[in-house]
Design a binder for this molecule. Sequence first.
Ligand code: PMT
Length: 404
Amino acid sequence: MQTMTLKNKNILLGVCGGIAAYKAVELLRLMKKAGADVRVVMTQSAQEFVGETTFRVLSENEVCTGLFNTNEASVRHIEWASEADAVVIAPATANFIANMAHGMANDALTTMLLAVTCPVIVCPSMNTHMYENLALQRNIDIIEGDGAFVVEPGSGELACKTTGAGRLPEPGLIFDRVLGALTRKDLKGKTVLVSAGPTREAIDPVRYISNHSSGKMGYAIAAAAEKRGARVTLVSGPVNLDPLFGVETVNVESALEMADAVLDHLDESDVVIKVAAVADYRPEDPKTSKIKKKDQDPGQKSLTLSLVENPDILRLAGEKKRHQFIAGFAAETDDLEANALLKMEKKNLDMIAANLVGVDGSGFGSDFNKVKLFFRDGTVRDVPSMEKERVADALLDEISTRLT
Ligand code: PMT
């Protein structure tokens, strides 16, 4: 199974001198928590911003602050470089990027970089005008051309009081890119369409019918597919989750909108995974102004809503299927297997992931899920209760082997 942790991974964290150097401390913490062995290399100017001791204590490793600041007999820059599974430079200054672009070896970090053979992730952070400078952009093009993965900086008010691009991305996002760099690209060249979250069916402008789907399961699958190299489109109902890096997200509200978005992207997709909890019915006549209590007959204690059936999006996709691998989820409170198999048959699916809902530690809203995968060829796989990120990987492991 692909790993979402950094267990047994050796990461080189290069820190350059910028105000955002303090965020490298949090990045280090995240990588350590995920099980990585992290070695920190600081440029001389980085040491003006954050003390070497902080990185030494948190990494539980010696910190490299210069080519000659060691009593060891070994050639550390070669040893550390050859042992690294990934290198991440955060923050990367304009000076560092210029040096890297031109193969300079004028300090410990640039020298080490010349000796690495693993993926390199570079996170520029600087004043907006510096970032937009043509020479800097030229250097970024060079390092990207040489194979480095550059994480675009965020925008906002910067420490120098200018507003614009140049802010170091949040440590969580950089951590996610490190995971991505270490993930096998078994879905490269494939296009994956995922739907996630609930739909909302309007009763009037302020009320709707919906369900408890948080979107976590679908977002985990979309994020995992992106890391495995797929081009991913995510059709998302209204959720409270951060947008996913590198995933084209189409936000929708109702089942009708979701149907349009899914069917629009169907032809170009190799894999379709419908995780969304779509409302089966919608109010027949949604009101354009708020239904007032006083509009009802005095004394009337009930209100009847007339509902009409929504399209079954997955079934429509199954009917139009040509080359696609189509997977659905079945949310069941009982008769898990029988109901899931019936849905797989009726909707012409290649796979259905059946999960129990309405129980603790699985299904709606939980960070965990326990699913049983049923395939058209009769294969059944039990995925025990685990984090939704890991369930996503287990499911994609199964799908990717069936694509070739
Ligand atoms: O979002 P989370 O909080 O992480 O929770 C995850 C989940 C419980 C929502 C997810 O794991 C799950 O089970 N999703 C499917 C929910 C559902 O609607 O199941 P269903 O058995 O009603 O539908 C079967 C399949 O048909 C689903 O793939 C569904 O997307 C699809 N469907 C259903 C109705 C409809 N009108 N159109 C559809 O496409």
